[in-house]
Design a protein around this ligand. Structure first.
Ligand code: 9MR
Length: 448
Protein backbone atom coordinates (compact mmCIF):
# COMPACT_ATOMS: atom_id res chain seq x y z
CA UNK A 1 0.00 0.00 0.00
CA UNK A 2 1.23 3.50 -0.76
CA UNK A 3 2.50 5.60 2.06
CA UNK A 4 -0.02 7.95 3.56
CA UNK A 5 0.67 11.25 5.27
CA UNK A 6 1.08 10.89 8.97
CA UNK A 7 -1.39 12.62 11.24
CA UNK A 8 -4.50 10.91 9.91
CA UNK A 9 -6.68 9.42 12.61
CA UNK A 10 -7.28 5.68 12.49
CA UNK A 11 -10.93 6.33 11.66
CA UNK A 12 -10.13 8.55 8.69
CA UNK A 13 -7.46 6.09 7.59
CA UNK A 14 -9.99 3.28 7.57
CA UNK A 15 -12.48 5.53 5.80
CA UNK A 16 -9.91 6.36 3.14
CA UNK A 17 -9.02 2.71 2.72
CA UNK A 18 -12.70 1.94 2.28
CA UNK A 19 -12.95 4.63 -0.38
CA UNK A 20 -9.95 3.31 -2.26
CA UNK A 21 -11.15 -0.26 -2.23
CA UNK A 22 -14.80 0.27 -2.95
CA UNK A 23 -15.25 3.13 -5.36
CA UNK A 24 -13.47 2.22 -8.57
CA UNK A 25 -16.00 1.95 -11.42
CA UNK A 26 -17.81 -1.31 -10.88
CA UNK A 27 -16.80 -3.11 -14.05
CA UNK A 28 -13.09 -2.52 -13.36
CA UNK A 29 -12.81 -2.85 -9.62
CA UNK A 30 -10.02 -5.42 -9.83
CA UNK A 31 -7.59 -3.19 -11.76
CA UNK A 32 -4.69 -1.58 -9.92
CA UNK A 33 -5.12 2.23 -9.72
CA UNK A 34 -2.87 4.28 -12.00
CA UNK A 35 -1.22 5.91 -8.98
CA UNK A 36 -0.04 2.54 -7.66
CA UNK A 37 1.19 1.44 -11.09
CA UNK A 38 3.05 4.76 -11.31
CA UNK A 39 4.63 4.33 -7.88
CA UNK A 40 6.00 0.95 -8.93
CA UNK A 41 7.72 2.68 -11.87
CA UNK A 42 8.90 5.69 -9.86
CA UNK A 43 6.36 7.98 -11.58
CA UNK A 44 3.82 10.34 -10.07
CA UNK A 45 0.54 10.23 -12.01
CA UNK A 46 -1.56 13.37 -11.87
CA UNK A 47 -4.66 15.12 -13.12
CA UNK A 48 -5.80 18.70 -13.36
CA UNK A 49 -8.93 19.26 -11.26
CA UNK A 50 -11.73 21.73 -10.67
CA UNK A 51 -12.20 22.22 -6.92
CA UNK A 52 -16.00 22.46 -6.94
CA UNK A 53 -16.31 19.02 -8.58
CA UNK A 54 -14.31 17.05 -5.99
CA UNK A 55 -17.30 15.06 -4.64
CA UNK A 56 -19.16 11.95 -5.83
CA UNK A 57 -17.59 9.91 -8.61
CA UNK A 58 -15.33 12.77 -9.74
CA UNK A 59 -13.81 13.03 -6.26
CA UNK A 60 -13.61 9.26 -5.85
CA UNK A 61 -11.70 8.79 -9.11
CA UNK A 62 -9.46 11.82 -8.57
CA UNK A 63 -8.55 10.50 -5.12
CA UNK A 64 -8.18 6.83 -5.96
CA UNK A 65 -6.42 6.90 -9.35
CA UNK A 66 -3.99 9.83 -9.11
CA UNK A 67 -1.04 10.70 -6.87
CA UNK A 68 -0.83 14.37 -7.89
CA UNK A 69 -3.36 17.15 -8.48
CA UNK A 70 -2.89 20.34 -10.45
CA UNK A 71 -5.49 23.08 -9.97
CA UNK A 72 -6.71 23.74 -13.53
CA UNK A 73 -7.40 27.40 -12.84
CA UNK A 74 -7.56 27.99 -9.08
CA UNK A 75 -3.97 29.16 -8.54
CA UNK A 76 -3.73 31.54 -11.51
CA UNK A 77 -3.21 35.22 -10.69
CA UNK A 78 -6.64 36.20 -11.97
CA UNK A 79 -8.24 33.62 -9.66
CA UNK A 80 -6.33 34.41 -6.49
CA UNK A 81 -6.15 38.22 -6.69
CA UNK A 82 -9.03 39.44 -8.86
CA UNK A 83 -8.88 42.85 -7.17
CA UNK A 84 -5.53 44.28 -6.16
CA UNK A 85 -4.74 43.36 -2.57
CA UNK A 86 -7.92 41.27 -2.16
CA UNK A 87 -7.25 37.55 -2.28
CA UNK A 88 -9.43 34.52 -2.88
CA UNK A 89 -7.74 31.29 -1.94
CA UNK A 90 -10.89 29.21 -1.43
CA UNK A 91 -10.63 26.85 -4.40
CA UNK A 92 -6.84 26.54 -4.19
CA UNK A 93 -7.07 25.74 -0.46
CA UNK A 94 -9.80 23.18 -1.12
CA UNK A 95 -7.67 21.36 -3.70
CA UNK A 96 -4.56 21.35 -1.51
CA UNK A 97 -6.59 20.06 1.45
CA UNK A 98 -8.16 17.31 -0.70
CA UNK A 99 -4.74 16.28 -1.98
CA UNK A 100 -3.31 16.02 1.52
CA UNK A 101 -6.30 13.99 2.71
CA UNK A 102 -5.66 11.56 -0.16
CA UNK A 103 -1.87 11.31 0.18
CA UNK A 104 -1.34 13.26 -3.05
CA UNK A 105 1.19 15.81 -4.24
CA UNK A 106 0.15 19.18 -5.66
CA UNK A 107 1.64 20.85 -8.72
CA UNK A 108 1.19 24.60 -8.33
CA UNK A 109 0.03 26.19 -11.59
CA UNK A 110 1.03 28.87 -12.47
CA UNK A 111 2.82 31.98 -11.17
CA UNK A 112 3.96 34.01 -14.20
CA UNK A 113 1.93 33.83 -17.41
CA UNK A 114 0.58 36.15 -20.09
CA UNK A 115 -2.97 34.81 -19.73
CA UNK A 116 -5.65 34.68 -17.01
CA UNK A 117 -4.17 37.67 -15.23
CA UNK A 118 -6.43 40.13 -13.36
CA UNK A 119 -7.50 43.15 -15.39
CA UNK A 120 -6.04 45.54 -12.80
CA UNK A 121 -2.66 44.06 -13.65
CA UNK A 122 -2.99 43.87 -17.43
CA UNK A 123 -4.68 47.28 -17.75
CA UNK A 124 -2.28 49.05 -15.41
CA UNK A 125 0.60 51.10 -16.69
CA UNK A 126 3.69 50.15 -14.77
CA UNK A 127 7.28 51.19 -14.75
CA UNK A 128 9.78 48.41 -15.02
CA UNK A 129 10.59 48.77 -11.31
CA UNK A 130 6.91 48.56 -10.35
CA UNK A 131 6.39 45.50 -12.54
CA UNK A 132 9.36 43.78 -10.94
CA UNK A 133 8.00 44.47 -7.47
CA UNK A 134 4.55 43.19 -8.46
CA UNK A 135 6.15 39.98 -9.73
CA UNK A 136 8.27 39.50 -6.60
CA UNK A 137 5.35 40.20 -4.26
CA UNK A 138 2.95 37.91 -6.09
CA UNK A 139 5.39 35.02 -5.93
CA UNK A 140 6.28 35.65 -2.29
CA UNK A 141 2.60 35.78 -1.34
CA UNK A 142 1.36 32.73 -3.25
CA UNK A 143 4.37 30.44 -2.86
CA UNK A 144 4.72 31.55 0.76
CA UNK A 145 1.09 30.71 1.53
CA UNK A 146 1.56 27.10 0.45
CA UNK A 147 5.15 26.70 1.61
CA UNK A 148 5.95 23.04 2.26
CA UNK A 149 2.70 21.83 0.67
CA UNK A 150 3.48 22.11 -3.06
CA UNK A 151 5.77 19.54 -4.66
CA UNK A 152 6.45 21.58 -7.79
CA UNK A 153 5.54 24.99 -9.18
CA UNK A 154 5.06 25.90 -12.82
CA UNK A 155 6.85 29.16 -12.09
CA UNK A 156 6.89 30.47 -15.66
CA UNK A 157 4.29 29.35 -18.17
CA UNK A 158 4.54 29.53 -21.97
CA UNK A 159 7.43 31.99 -22.39
CA UNK A 160 8.18 31.12 -26.05
CA UNK A 161 6.77 31.68 -29.52
CA UNK A 162 6.66 28.75 -31.94
CA UNK A 163 9.90 29.87 -33.63
CA UNK A 164 11.77 29.89 -30.32
CA UNK A 165 11.83 33.66 -29.83
CA UNK A 166 10.51 35.07 -26.58
CA UNK A 167 6.79 35.70 -26.49
CA UNK A 168 5.90 39.36 -26.22
CA UNK A 169 4.11 39.62 -22.86
CA UNK A 170 3.57 42.03 -20.02
CA UNK A 171 6.61 40.51 -18.34
CA UNK A 172 8.97 40.25 -21.28
CA UNK A 173 8.10 43.71 -22.55
CA UNK A 174 8.55 45.29 -19.12
CA UNK A 175 11.48 43.37 -17.71
CA UNK A 176 13.20 41.65 -20.63
CA UNK A 177 14.03 37.94 -20.60
CA UNK A 178 15.49 38.41 -17.11
CA UNK A 179 11.97 38.11 -15.70
CA UNK A 180 12.36 34.35 -15.90
CA UNK A 181 15.45 34.16 -13.67
CA UNK A 182 13.90 36.73 -11.35
CA UNK A 183 10.72 34.69 -10.94
CA UNK A 184 12.64 31.46 -10.30
CA UNK A 185 14.84 33.15 -7.72
CA UNK A 186 11.81 34.62 -5.92
CA UNK A 187 10.08 31.24 -5.89
CA UNK A 188 13.13 29.49 -4.43
CA UNK A 189 13.32 32.10 -1.66
CA UNK A 190 9.64 31.64 -0.81
CA UNK A 191 9.73 27.81 -0.66
CA UNK A 192 13.17 26.21 -0.89
CA UNK A 193 11.66 22.70 -0.96
CA UNK A 194 9.43 23.12 -4.02
CA UNK A 195 10.73 21.99 -7.41
CA UNK A 196 10.71 24.91 -9.83
CA UNK A 197 9.60 24.37 -13.44
CA UNK A 198 9.27 26.23 -16.71
CA UNK A 199 6.24 24.89 -18.59
CA UNK A 200 5.27 25.25 -22.26
CA UNK A 201 3.28 23.65 -25.10
CA UNK A 202 4.47 22.37 -28.49
CA UNK A 203 7.80 21.54 -26.85
CA UNK A 204 7.19 17.77 -26.69
CA UNK A 205 9.30 16.86 -29.71
CA UNK A 206 12.67 18.23 -30.80
CA UNK A 207 11.85 21.48 -32.64
CA UNK A 208 12.73 25.18 -32.66
CA UNK A 209 10.59 25.95 -29.62
CA UNK A 210 11.84 23.07 -27.47
CA UNK A 211 15.41 23.90 -28.48
CA UNK A 212 14.92 27.47 -27.28
CA UNK A 213 13.64 26.06 -23.97
CA UNK A 214 16.63 23.72 -23.85
CA UNK A 215 19.06 26.59 -24.41
CA UNK A 216 17.32 28.70 -21.76
CA UNK A 217 17.50 25.92 -19.15
CA UNK A 218 21.15 25.28 -20.00
CA UNK A 219 21.99 28.94 -19.59
CA UNK A 220 20.01 29.25 -16.33
CA UNK A 221 21.88 26.24 -14.94
CA UNK A 222 25.21 27.77 -15.97
CA UNK A 223 24.30 31.01 -14.20
CA UNK A 224 23.25 29.20 -11.03
CA UNK A 225 19.62 30.27 -11.33
CA UNK A 226 17.35 27.80 -9.50
CA UNK A 227 15.63 25.58 -12.09
CA UNK A 228 14.61 22.01 -11.30
CA UNK A 229 12.46 20.91 -14.17
CA UNK A 230 10.72 21.48 -17.48
CA UNK A 231 7.06 20.85 -18.10
CA UNK A 232 5.97 19.54 -21.48
CA UNK A 233 2.25 20.31 -21.59
CA UNK A 234 1.40 17.75 -24.32
CA UNK A 235 -1.93 19.02 -25.67
CA UNK A 236 -1.78 16.57 -28.56
CA UNK A 237 -3.89 15.63 -31.57
CA UNK A 238 -4.91 12.04 -32.33
CA UNK A 239 -2.17 10.13 -34.14
CA UNK A 240 0.36 12.94 -33.73
CA UNK A 241 2.58 11.96 -30.80
CA UNK A 242 5.97 13.40 -31.82
CA UNK A 243 8.42 10.64 -32.76
CA UNK A 244 11.18 12.52 -30.91
CA UNK A 245 9.32 12.72 -27.60
CA UNK A 246 11.56 10.33 -25.67
CA UNK A 247 14.73 11.79 -27.20
CA UNK A 248 13.56 15.26 -26.19
CA UNK A 249 12.77 14.21 -22.61
CA UNK A 250 16.21 12.58 -22.45
CA UNK A 251 18.07 15.70 -23.61
CA UNK A 252 16.48 17.77 -20.84
CA UNK A 253 17.26 15.03 -18.30
CA UNK A 254 20.87 15.10 -19.49
CA UNK A 255 20.99 18.82 -18.61
CA UNK A 256 20.35 17.82 -15.01
CA UNK A 257 16.68 18.77 -14.66
CA UNK A 258 13.53 16.73 -14.12
CA UNK A 259 10.84 16.52 -16.78
CA UNK A 260 7.09 16.37 -16.30
CA UNK A 261 4.33 15.75 -18.80
CA UNK A 262 2.10 18.40 -17.28
CA UNK A 263 -1.13 18.75 -19.26
CA UNK A 264 -1.61 15.64 -21.38
CA UNK A 265 -4.73 15.36 -23.51
CA UNK A 266 -5.24 13.91 -26.98
CA UNK A 267 -8.15 15.35 -28.92
CA UNK A 268 -10.00 13.81 -31.84
CA UNK A 269 -12.56 14.95 -34.38
CA UNK A 270 -16.00 14.10 -33.01
CA UNK A 271 -17.82 11.80 -32.95
CA UNK A 272 -15.51 9.28 -31.33
CA UNK A 273 -15.63 5.77 -32.75
CA UNK A 274 -13.93 2.46 -32.01
CA UNK A 275 -11.00 3.08 -34.36
CA UNK A 276 -10.30 6.57 -33.02
CA UNK A 277 -10.49 5.37 -29.42
CA UNK A 278 -8.03 2.57 -30.26
CA UNK A 279 -5.64 5.09 -31.82
CA UNK A 280 -6.03 7.29 -28.75
CA UNK A 281 -5.14 4.35 -26.52
CA UNK A 282 -1.97 3.79 -28.58
CA UNK A 283 -1.12 7.50 -28.30
CA UNK A 284 -1.61 7.65 -24.53
CA UNK A 285 0.45 4.50 -24.21
CA UNK A 286 3.27 5.96 -26.33
CA UNK A 287 3.44 9.16 -24.28
CA UNK A 288 3.41 7.24 -21.00
CA UNK A 289 6.05 4.81 -22.29
CA UNK A 290 8.35 7.71 -23.23
CA UNK A 291 8.11 9.01 -19.66
CA UNK A 292 8.66 5.55 -18.22
CA UNK A 293 11.79 5.16 -20.35
CA UNK A 294 13.56 8.19 -18.82
CA UNK A 295 14.16 8.01 -15.09
CA UNK A 296 14.11 11.80 -14.68
CA UNK A 297 10.61 11.98 -16.13
CA UNK A 298 9.02 12.41 -12.72
CA UNK A 299 5.35 13.14 -13.29
CA UNK A 300 2.73 12.47 -15.94
CA UNK A 301 -0.40 14.59 -15.50
CA UNK A 302 -3.55 14.59 -17.63
CA UNK A 303 -5.36 17.90 -18.17
CA UNK A 304 -8.66 16.72 -16.73
CA UNK A 305 -9.35 12.99 -16.39
CA UNK A 306 -12.92 12.97 -17.74
CA UNK A 307 -14.37 14.22 -21.02
CA UNK A 308 -16.90 16.16 -18.93
CA UNK A 309 -14.08 18.32 -17.51
CA UNK A 310 -11.87 19.26 -20.44
CA UNK A 311 -11.02 22.61 -21.99
CA UNK A 312 -10.83 21.02 -25.46
CA UNK A 313 -14.47 20.91 -26.55
CA UNK A 314 -15.12 24.63 -26.11
CA UNK A 315 -11.75 25.69 -27.49
CA UNK A 316 -11.63 23.46 -30.59
CA UNK A 317 -15.20 23.19 -31.94
CA UNK A 318 -15.79 19.74 -33.43
CA UNK A 319 -13.01 18.18 -31.37
CA UNK A 320 -13.17 16.48 -28.00
CA UNK A 321 -13.11 13.09 -26.22
CA UNK A 322 -9.53 14.04 -25.26
CA UNK A 323 -9.21 12.48 -21.79
CA UNK A 324 -8.92 8.91 -20.37
CA UNK A 325 -12.48 8.69 -18.95
CA UNK A 326 -15.73 9.36 -20.79
CA UNK A 327 -18.25 11.92 -19.56
CA UNK A 328 -20.00 9.23 -17.47
CA UNK A 329 -16.76 8.34 -15.66
CA UNK A 330 -16.23 5.05 -17.47
CA UNK A 331 -12.55 4.42 -18.30
CA UNK A 332 -11.87 4.61 -22.06
CA UNK A 333 -9.28 2.58 -23.98
CA UNK A 334 -6.90 5.52 -23.33
CA UNK A 335 -7.03 4.71 -19.61
CA UNK A 336 -5.82 1.19 -20.36
CA UNK A 337 -3.10 2.62 -22.61
CA UNK A 338 -1.67 4.54 -19.64
CA UNK A 339 -2.08 1.53 -17.34
CA UNK A 340 -0.38 -0.87 -19.76
CA UNK A 341 2.60 1.45 -20.29
CA UNK A 342 2.95 1.54 -16.49
CA UNK A 343 3.14 -2.26 -16.44
CA UNK A 344 -0.48 -2.87 -15.46
CA UNK A 345 -2.35 -5.92 -16.60
CA UNK A 346 -5.82 -4.65 -17.23
CA UNK A 347 -9.21 -6.12 -17.85
CA UNK A 348 -10.89 -3.86 -20.40
CA UNK A 349 -14.56 -4.52 -20.98
CA UNK A 350 -15.01 -7.48 -23.32
CA UNK A 351 -15.67 -6.57 -26.93
CA UNK A 352 -19.03 -7.52 -28.32
CA UNK A 353 -20.91 -6.78 -25.11
CA UNK A 354 -23.12 -4.37 -23.25
CA UNK A 355 -21.99 -3.05 -19.87
CA UNK A 356 -23.54 -0.95 -17.12
CA UNK A 357 -21.52 1.70 -15.29
CA UNK A 358 -22.70 3.24 -12.00
CA UNK A 359 -21.57 6.72 -10.99
CA UNK A 360 -22.42 9.41 -8.45
CA UNK A 361 -22.44 12.75 -10.30
CA UNK A 362 -23.29 14.69 -7.16
CA UNK A 363 -23.48 14.09 -3.45
CA UNK A 364 -24.47 16.23 -0.49
CA UNK A 365 -24.70 15.70 3.28
CA UNK A 366 -27.63 13.27 3.31
CA UNK A 367 -28.38 12.57 -0.34
CA UNK A 368 -26.90 11.92 -3.72
CA UNK A 369 -27.80 11.67 -7.37
CA UNK A 370 -26.81 8.41 -9.05
CA UNK A 371 -26.42 7.62 -12.73
CA UNK A 372 -26.24 4.32 -14.56
CA UNK A 373 -25.19 4.19 -18.20
CA UNK A 374 -25.72 1.07 -20.30
CA UNK A 375 -23.35 1.01 -23.27
CA UNK A 376 -23.18 -1.51 -26.11
CA UNK A 377 -20.28 -2.22 -28.42
CA UNK A 378 -20.52 -5.09 -30.89
CA UNK A 379 -23.90 -6.02 -29.35
CA UNK A 380 -27.31 -4.45 -28.76
CA UNK A 381 -30.32 -4.71 -26.43
CA UNK A 382 -34.07 -4.36 -26.90
CA UNK A 383 -34.78 -4.25 -23.17
CA UNK A 384 -32.64 -4.18 -20.06
CA UNK A 385 -32.57 -4.68 -16.32
CA UNK A 386 -29.82 -3.50 -13.99
CA UNK A 387 -29.51 -4.80 -10.41
CA UNK A 388 -27.24 -4.10 -7.49
CA UNK A 389 -27.06 -4.46 -3.72
CA UNK A 390 -26.27 -1.48 -1.53
CA UNK A 391 -23.59 -2.05 1.08
CA UNK A 392 -24.19 0.88 3.42
CA UNK A 393 -27.93 1.35 3.79
CA UNK A 394 -28.45 3.68 0.83
CA UNK A 395 -32.12 4.15 -0.09
CA UNK A 396 -33.44 5.26 -3.47
CA UNK A 397 -36.22 7.85 -3.25
CA UNK A 398 -36.91 8.64 -6.89
CA UNK A 399 -35.78 7.44 -10.34
CA UNK A 400 -36.13 8.74 -13.88
CA UNK A 401 -35.74 7.09 -17.29
CA UNK A 402 -36.17 3.70 -15.54
CA UNK A 403 -38.53 2.00 -13.12
CA UNK A 404 -36.61 1.13 -9.97
CA UNK A 405 -37.73 -0.93 -6.99
CA UNK A 406 -35.77 -1.44 -3.81
CA UNK A 407 -36.34 -4.25 -1.33
CA UNK A 408 -34.00 -4.04 1.63
CA UNK A 409 -30.56 -3.49 0.09
CA UNK A 410 -31.49 -5.03 -3.28
CA UNK A 411 -32.24 -2.63 -6.15
CA UNK A 412 -33.69 -3.58 -9.51
CA UNK A 413 -34.19 -1.09 -12.37
CA UNK A 414 -35.83 -1.87 -15.71
CA UNK A 415 -36.11 0.27 -18.82
CA UNK A 416 -38.97 2.71 -19.34
CA UNK A 417 -41.30 2.17 -22.29
CA UNK A 418 -39.26 4.49 -24.50
CA UNK A 419 -35.62 3.54 -23.81
CA UNK A 420 -35.32 -0.24 -23.86
CA UNK A 421 -33.32 -0.20 -27.11
CA UNK A 422 -29.56 0.21 -26.83
CA UNK A 423 -28.03 0.03 -30.31
CA UNK A 424 -24.55 -1.23 -31.13
CA UNK A 425 -22.24 1.68 -30.38
CA UNK A 426 -24.92 3.49 -28.39
CA UNK A 427 -25.81 4.06 -24.77
CA UNK A 428 -28.78 4.78 -22.53
CA UNK A 429 -28.67 6.38 -19.09
CA UNK A 430 -31.03 6.61 -16.18
CA UNK A 431 -30.79 8.54 -12.94
CA UNK A 432 -32.05 8.48 -9.41
CA UNK A 433 -31.93 10.30 -6.11
CA UNK A 434 -31.11 8.43 -2.92
CA UNK A 435 -30.27 8.91 0.73
CA UNK A 436 -27.03 7.88 2.40
CA UNK A 437 -25.31 8.23 5.74
CA UNK A 438 -21.91 7.23 7.03
CA UNK A 439 -20.46 6.20 3.69
CA UNK A 440 -21.65 5.82 0.14
CA UNK A 441 -19.64 3.05 -1.53
CA UNK A 442 -20.27 2.35 -5.21
CA UNK A 443 -21.97 -1.05 -5.63
CA UNK A 444 -21.15 -3.66 -8.24
CA UNK A 445 -23.89 -3.49 -10.87
CA UNK A 446 -25.16 -6.40 -12.94
CA UNK A 447 -26.77 -6.04 -16.36
CA UNK A 448 -29.15 -8.86 -17.00
O1 9MR B 1 -7.91 24.30 -18.45
C1 9MR B 1 -7.83 25.71 -18.42
C2 9MR B 1 -9.16 26.28 -18.88
O2 9MR B 1 -10.19 25.96 -17.96
C3 9MR B 1 -9.04 27.77 -19.06
O3 9MR B 1 -10.23 28.28 -19.60
C4 9MR B 1 -7.88 28.06 -19.98
C5 9MR B 1 -7.68 29.54 -20.27
O4 9MR B 1 -6.56 29.73 -21.05
O5 9MR B 1 -6.69 27.54 -19.39
C6 9MR B 1 -6.73 26.18 -19.33
O6 9MR B 1 -5.50 25.64 -18.93
C7 9MR B 1 -4.38 26.00 -19.72
C8 9MR B 1 -3.18 25.93 -18.81
O7 9MR B 1 -3.38 26.77 -17.71
C9 9MR B 1 -1.92 26.30 -19.55
N1 9MR B 1 -1.74 25.53 -20.74
C10 9MR B 1 -2.89 25.46 -21.63
C11 9MR B 1 -4.12 25.03 -20.87
C12 9MR B 1 -5.32 24.88 -21.81
O8 9MR B 1 -5.69 26.12 -22.33
Amino acid sequence: MRSLRTGLSLASLLGLLGTLLLTAPAAHAADTPLRDLGTAKGKVIGTAVTGSKLTGSYGDIAGAQFSSLTPGNAMKWGSVEPTRGSFNWAEADQIVDFAEAHGQQVRGHTLVWHSQNPSWLTNGSWTSAQLGTLLDDHIATEVGRYKGRIAAWDVVNEPFNEDGTYRSTLWYNGLGSGYIARALTAARAADPAAKLYINDYNVEGVNAKSTALYNLVKSLKEQGVPIDGVGLQAHLILGQVPSTLQQNIQRFADLGVDVAITELDIRMALPADTAKLAQQKADYKAVTAACVAVSRCANLTVWGFTDSDSWVDSTFPGYGAATPYDANYAPKPAYYGIAEALGGTTTPPPTGACTATYSVPSQWNTGFTGNVTISCSGASLSSWKVTWTYGAGQQITQAWNATCTQSGAAVSCVNASYNGTVPDGGSVSFGFNANWSGSNPVPTVTLG
